[in-house]
Ligand binder design. Structure first.
Ligand SMILES: C[S@@+](CC[C@H](N)C(=O)[O-])C[C@H]1O[C@@H](n2cnc3c(N)ncnc32)[C@H](O)[C@@H]1O
Length: 333
């Protein structure tokens, strides 16, 4: 089995350490670009990605069932060159999302036009190829002169975005970039925000998460030692508790969602999430940021995960596209 595996370039070395731990002996990784490898291994794609989903720094994985050398430098010509291999990957598939990733080595091409030309060519050949979400993805990873193609259920790719690069639209009115971090986490972990439900947001200031949750119809109790953005003051559905998450009197629950993005020692932040645990409904989701603060990230994540397990099921810890020196845990009460 061959696949393209991706991580953030800045955390490539840690992803590589994790890959060496989870992949079967005899697997090989050939670097295609910083944080991107061509993996050759045994077993099925589904089995391997199930293991990779337990890593923190591997963001995306897509299968390779065809490798096509090309010389074309226009998206239209390249799409035409790739069509036979694409159709070969899609035997029996009627609807597919075309996902294109161009590695930095081949900057002359861009993904949007190539995907559009390939979709048109596939539609002409009787495959319903779409740009938006679908259950199956046709993944193309393009280097200087090679195209890697494969088809898989999007769910098995570790991320719905090519390469795990969640390029979410920026809201001009957003209070902080953190809102996109929460949006990415909620899509990746498939967390629904039940309209009318209640969320508690620890380390809420200046208010990106809180504004995002309010806009989705949740009532929010926001907790921070600092001040929320003035634009949020008096918003319907918002209660602001100013004080430390580890010490303020606990608000009245229950809550359907806990978010915590505390810029604090990660293990002390974990204690805050545990302190609020009794206020959560059974099955409530938690999105918890583990800040690295200069320590060994894998060690910090392992310690935080163990302690979180005192109160939560930890379903995943992943380094998101919008994470900086931090990772995001998906918790279930
Ligand atoms: C990265 S910012 C949070 C950004 C926020 N999620 C947003 O969307 O705008 C971290 C926040 O954690 C708060 N914080 C750190 N330790 C805290 C504690 N023990 N209790 C409450 N807030 C804390 C800081 O005051 C800071 O506002």
């Amino acid at each position: 089995m061959r696949a393209v595996v991706s991580a953030a370039p800045v955390y490539a070395a840690l992803a590589r350490r994790e890959l060496d731990t989870v992949l079967p002996i005899g697997s090989s990784l050939e670097e295609l670009s910083a944080g991107v490898w061509l993996l050759s291994t045994r077993g099925s794609f589904a089995d391997r990605t199930a293991e990779l989903s337990r890593t923190v720094f591997v963001r995306h994985c897509c299968p390779v069932s065809a490798e096509v050398p090309f010389a074309a430098d226009s998206p239209a010509t390249l799409a035409a060159e790739l069509l036979p291999a694409a159709l070969g990957c899609l035997r029996g598939v009627c609807c597919v999302q075309v996902q294109v990733r161009i590695l930095p080595a081949s900057r002359t091409l861009s993904p949007g036009p190539l995907a559009a030309h390939l979709r048109a060519a596939l539609n002409g050949a009787g495959v319903h190829a779409v740009g938006g979400p679908a259950d199956l993805a046709l993944s193309l990873v393009i280097t200087d002169n090679l195209a890697f193609l494969g088809c898989s259920p999007v769910k098995q790719n570790l991320s719905p975005w090519p390469g795990g690069e969640a390029r979410l639209r920026r809201d001009p009115a957003e209070i902080s970039r953190a809102a996109r971090k929460l949006e990415e986490a909620m899509i990746l972990f498939r967390v629904e925000a039940p309209p009318g439900g209640r969320a508690v947001d620890l380390g809420a200031a200046p208010g990106g998460y809180t504004a995002f949750l309010l806009a989705r119809g949740l009532q929010v109790v926001a907790v921070d030692t600092g001040q929320l953005s003035s634009g949020l003051v008096g918003k319907p559905g918002l209660t602001f508790l100013r004080g430390p998450a580890h010490g303020i009197p606990l608000p009245v629950g229950p809550f359907d969602l806990l978010t915590a993005d505390l810029s604090w020692d990660p293990l002390r932040a974990v204690e805050c999430a545990l302190r609020f645990r009794p206020l959560l409904t059974s099955g409530a989701h938690g999105i918890f940021t583990i800040k690295f603060f200069g320590g060994d990230p894998l060690n910090i994540v392992a310690r935080a995960r163990r302690r979180l397990e005192a109160g939560y099921r930890v379903l995943a810890v992943r380094h998101l596209f919008h994470d900086r020196d931090e990772a995001t845990a998906h918790l279930r009460a």
